[in-house]
Design a protein around this ligand. Structure first.
Ligand SMILES: [Mg+2]
Length: 273
């Protein structure tokens, strides 16, 4: 069966692929996802991978994508950490920041020229230029306390993304940054961060800049309604929902986030490239 609106996909000059749930599930490639990616490249369209997940650095992601057998170069990967870096620099929140993130992410930000203050340094004057909340799976109470104190002192507060949960398998999840945001919102009496990853404007800007194309010539292929598909819908990209990750037909039926195209998996897109 030919998916509805498939011509919109065919006309796109760049394809942006979400990672987890779209081309692989945890450490297992989705069937025929290699052929899909290969066909994008041979078709002459531009290929990018986009992840909101900041529990790992760009370097670790590049290694993972490559290890799973997908072609990838540094220029093909866009992460929410890239979006955060652009935002921080644009606002001159540089170089001293308090990063709530794993050691891997800290190493990445240090290599980008940031000084990531520790829990003692973060309290000294001048206060950090910003607090950056990433997907910290090494989160400690000490970090929660420091982050809370800085937010209360009105240090600019930025989160890499706001996904509530991160998939572990198709049916199991772990708490993601959106859940941490709720914690700080409750503790601080309602303070919310600027969020820069999908589905927000900074993510679209990062994609458009990298692809050198206007949003309407870009297809975003992803499995999550409130990030991948919402961004495509709000910013005029061609949103392609794959049902190989967390979204079920029932979730789609009840959602206001509307994809332009729905397919079971990327395997169904190969013949349309
Ligand atoms: Mg996903």
């Amino acid at each position: 069966m030919i998916p509805q609106n498939i011509d919109l996909f065919k006309q796109c000059k760049a394809i942006i692929c979400d990672l987890d749930g779209t081309i692989y599930l945890e450490n297992t490639p989705i069937p025929q996802s290699h052929d899909f990616v290969q066909k994008i490249l041979t078709s002459g369209k531009k290929l990018f991978y986009f992840t909101n997940n900041t529990s790992r650095s760009r370097a670790t992601y590049l290694e993972k994508i490559s290890k799973l057998g997908f072609p990838v170069a540094d220029k093909n990967l866009i992460t929410a950490a890239d979006c955060a870096d652009s935002y921080l620099r644009r606002h001159n929140y540089f170089p001293r920041i308090y990063l709530v993130g794993n050691r891997d992410l800290k190493t990445e930000f240090e290599s980008r020229g940031y000084v990531c203050l520790d829990d003692v340094e973060a309290y000294r004057q001048p206060l950090p230029a910003a607090v950056l909340l990433g997907f910290d799976t090494e989160l400690t109470y000490r970090k929660i306390h420091t982050c809370y104190d800085l937010i209360l002192q009105d240090v600019p507060y930025i989160a890499t993304h706001a996904d509530l949960l991160c998939p572990v398998t198709r049916t199991t999840f772990k708490p993601d940054v959106g859940s941490f945001i709720s914690l700080f919102e409750t503790a601080t009496g309602g303070k919310k961060p600027v969020v820069v990853g999908k589905p927000h404007r900074d993510a679209v800007a990062a994609i458009s800049e990298r692809a050198q194309l206007p949003p309407e010539e870009i297809a975003f292929v992803g499995d999550r309604l409130y990030t991948d598909i919402r961004m495509a819908m709000n910013f005029n990209m061609v949103g392609v929902l794959v049902l190989s990750g967390e979204t079920t037909e029932e979730m789609l039926a009840h959602s206001s986030d509307r994809p332009k195209i729905v397919v079971d998996s990327v395997a169904n897109l190969i013949e349309h490239l």
